[in-house]
Design a protein. Structure first.
Length: 94
């Protein structure tokens, strides 16, 4: 349920975020391509989604809940981790 709420919120911010030069990539944990694609189409979401069907990212990135948002700067450094999209998201990259 938390992911559904967050996806709806992010969908509304997508154009604003893109206009600021920020790229958003969604990673789906444990779901197959058809399930993800059906969900995106059903809700009219236009996100870039990577699949982690076997949840191999869960351990290395210490995911304890979803959604987990990683703010990665241009140098590839994780600058902040949150579980919901912050109002001050531009600050998250500093």
């Amino acid at each position: 349920p938390h992911c559904r709420v967050e996806l709806k919120h992010l969908s509304g911010l997508r154009d604003e975020i893109a206009a600021k030069g920020i790229q958003m990539i969604i990673v789906s944990l444990g779901e197959d391509k058809n399930t993800v694609q059906d969900y995106l189409e059903r809700h009219n979401y236009d996100f870039d989604v990577l699949l982690d069907e076997d949840q191999s990212l869960e351990g290395p990135y210490q995911l304890i809940g979803v959604p987990t948002l990683f703010f990665v700067n241009e140098q590839g450094v994780i600058k902040r981790v949150d579980h919901s999209f912050p109002d001050d998201y531009e600050e998250a990259f500093k």
